[in-house]
Design a protein around this ligand. Structure first.
Ligand code: IVH
Length: 666
């Protein structure tokens, strides 16, 4: 047999064994035999690089390292699901569906608590995998998804020429525990829960690390509708035949249900049984089975009317409060944290829970050594929700809030009307310094390539930097002297800093981390004042008079600009060459878009969505996200969802295509 044929045979065989092992759970060869075949293939591929195939089973181990992920616009927006938490709401939903689509039956499925993914296949091969992102566009994480063994690189049998399958990437408990144990041993921070860990893992740039983490994927949604079958349940079965890991009826992960009683039985079964699943779920998804009925029901702006999620109630457990410690954020905000006797809750061990602020501690009437109830909500950090009063030890003392910063011992302040305590020592308190610099370099602010949070922390600890402006004084010699830095990484970092000097003024302003000045407010201020000089001259009244700038923001700004240390820092940043100006946008007083509320949807040929949106603002219009009776125009690009279109038509709102929009503004 010639090498090309042998390579092809080995690939086919290994794809099949992979499928049997990871999807069907019915391997027919031993791990050893599998490894032998894989090794033979690896060796042949090395010897004959001309037969390279990115979908070869040898590619599962990863290896490619990407700098950053490309943004990809979803062909079909990635929507979310409506939620219900109780039987009445669920019954209402079922009632509405049965009224609008009387023939419909339902399908119940697990609601996987992972990271949503859309995977595109063309000619039977995986071509692209994209995260949800903001629902309209996400990150291209194909290299990472390829390493997940249960995601087929190549499909079995004839598949449609092109389609997308969506699902959830999860990290099974066993892999999560293994990873955290290893991190504990190495003194690294542990992951809070499997979903966070899955999400963090998928953002890694080195796919071989991703490959080692043991992610899994469950797929539950095929697009376009009807490409495999005319109902959802048949589609899922057909996707299973193509080689995807889909929920199986035999595992009870999916069931067809005729009405409310069967749906309830499915939910009640899993509310108990979920504790024995090897991965996390956070509810049950109920879908209308027939695509025709789904279409009749349609969508709201955010989610389909043909599906809903029944969320399980957060679980509660009780455990002992060991002590309270206090974290200092980048703005100096103090957050009290309850350190608990470790307790198993909803799939993870909980050791800490947020206590929010002094009022919350008072409200709970928390005493030292109390037996407390903790609950996991939607957040990563569990909450203390109550106290077992009858378990309180006699003579226990109430938890007293600290008066001085745990990091720098400065006396804390609490402003009138605010719940949070602050450490006012902004320029001398280490976590505040690191936090501010970390915010400054972050992606939404200055996006400094080659630099991450750990690097900042290290530089601060080593005394190389004390403020944002110090970043621009860093030298090659200073950094290379630190452990772990090689020539390349130092050059990258310095280049990243240099490149950040081109980042527009509004992002510089956002990067300063002034309280209440988020990205949107920063953009408004930058556009309104046009330069740092003008902004610095504005007094409280002038600031307050700017659209959407209220008293709170105006006050924060004046306070910030009254501090000499801040002015000094700004002067140094300007000296370093950062952008301190941008074009002032004078909103016109007349024109077709003045006062118009515009919804932009889809993708455009001559502008990016952001360009189009800023053009609308420049012309005096206002961008709004969803269509209502108050909308003036909808500007529709490629791929605008049918539901939006239908809604606009129903409300009689003009829908303009790209050309019509251009004509209008000319
Ligand atoms: S169907 C049009 N099915 O939950 C919406 N979603 O909170 C189609 N999810 O966006 C989604 N398990 O990321 C569907 N069996 C399941 C799911 C599921 C988890 C996720 C999905 C969705 C989110 C909504």
């Amino acid at each position: 047999m010639n090498p090309q044929e042998r390579i092809a045979d080995l690939r086919t065989a290994l794809h099949e064994h992979n499928h049997r092992y990871y999807i069907l759970d019915q391997p027919t060869i031993s791990d050893f035999e599998f490894d032998q075949l894989l090794k033979e293939l690896e060796q042949l591929e090395r010897q004959f690089p001309e037969f390279y195939d990115e979908n070869s089973p040898t590619m599962r181990v990863g290896g490619s390292v990407v700098k950053s992920f490309n943004t990809v616009v979803h062909q079909y927006p990635m929507l979310s699901l409506g939620n219900t938490y109780n039987w009445e709401e669920l019954a209402d939903w079922i009632g509405r569906v049965e009224k609008l689509a009387p023939e419909s039956t339902f399908v119940c499925e697990l609601k996987y608590d992972g990271v949503a993914i859309g995977i595109r296949y063309e000619h039977g091969k995986l071509v692209q995998a994209v995260t949800r992102g903001d629902g309209t566009q996400g990150d291209d994480i194909t290299t990472n998804v390829r390493t997940i063994r249960s995601v087929p690189l190549q499909l079995n049998g004839p598949a449609p020429e092109s389609f997308e399958i969506r699902g959830e990437i999860v990290l099974p408990h066993a892999a999560f525990e293994r990873l955290n144990a290893a991190r504990r041993d190495e003194g690294q921070a542990e992951f809070a829960n499997p979903r966070n860990c899955a999400s963090g893992t998928l953002k890694l740039q080195d796919s071989s690390v991703v490959a080692s983490r043991g992610l899994d994927a469950y797929l539950y949604f095929v697009l376009p509708d009807g490409i495999l079958a005319d109902t959802h349940s048949k589609t899922i079965e057909a996707a299973g035949d193509l080689g995807f890991k889909v929920p199986r009826k035999s595992d009870k992960y999916i069931a067809e249900c005729a009405g409310i009683e069967e749906i309830k039985a499915f939910i009640e079964y899993w509310d108990v049984e979920r504790h024995h699943l090897p991965f996390d779920i956070d509810g049950i998804v109920i879908k209308v089975n027939d695509y025709k009925a789904q279409q009749d029901l349609g969508f709201t702006a955010k989610s389909p009317r043909w599906a809903t999620a029944f969320k399980f109630k957060a679980e509660q457990v009780s455990t002992r409060l060991e002590h309270v410690n206090y974290q200092v954020g980048r703005t100096g905000a103090i957050t009290p944290v309850a350190n608990l006797k470790p307790v198993w809750l909803g799939g993870t061990t909980v050791k800490r829970a947020s206590l929010h602020n002094q009022d919350q501690i008072a409200l709970l009437d928390l005493h030292e050594g109390d037996e407390v109830f903790v609950e996991k909500g939607g957040e990563i950090i569990p909450k203390v929700v109550g106290i077992k009063l009858d378990a309180r030890a006699e003579g226990a003392v109430p938890v007293a809030f600290i008066s001085h910063c745990p990091e720098c011992q400065t006396e804390l302040v609490r402003k009138e009307g605010e719940a949070q305590h602050y450490c006012p020592n902004a320029s001398g308190c280490t976590p505040q310094i690191s936090g501010r610099i970390q915010h400054f370099i972050s992606r939404k602010a200055m996006d400094i390539m080659g630099m991450g949070s750990e690097t900042v922390q290290l530089f601060v600890e080593k005394g190389l930097i004390h403020s944002i402006a110090d970043l621009y004084d860093l030298t090659y010699d200073q950094i290379i002297a630190l452990e772990g830095f090689k020539e390349k990484s130092v050059t990258n970092l310095l280049e990243g800093l240099n490149a950040s000097k081109q980042i527009p003024f509004d992002r510089v302003l956002f990067g300063l981390g002034i309280r209440h000045v988020g990205a949107t407010v920063a953009k408004k201020l930058a556009r309104h004042f046009g330069s740092m000089t003008e902004l610095l001259q504005a007094d409280f009244e002038t600031l307050k008079a700017v659209d959407d700038i209220g008293e709170v923001i105006a006050l924060q700004l004046t306070e910030y600009f009254n501090e000499d240390a801040n002015l000094e820092e700004l002067a140094r940043l300007q000296q370093a060459g950062l952008q301190f100006e941008m074009e002032v946008i004078n909103t016109p007083s007349e024109g077709p878009l003045v006062g118009a509320k515009v919804v932009v949807s889809g993708v455009f040929e001559s502008f990016s969505r952001d360009e189009l949106k800023s053009l609308i603002e420049t012309l005096g219009g206002q961008n709004v996200s969803s269509i209502s009776s108050k909308t003036t125009y909808v500007v529709a690009g490629e791929g605008m969802g049918p539901s939006k279109k239908a809604k606009a038509e129903k409300l009689g709102i003009p829908v303009l295509n790209e050309e019509e929009f251009k004509t209008l503004i000319q």
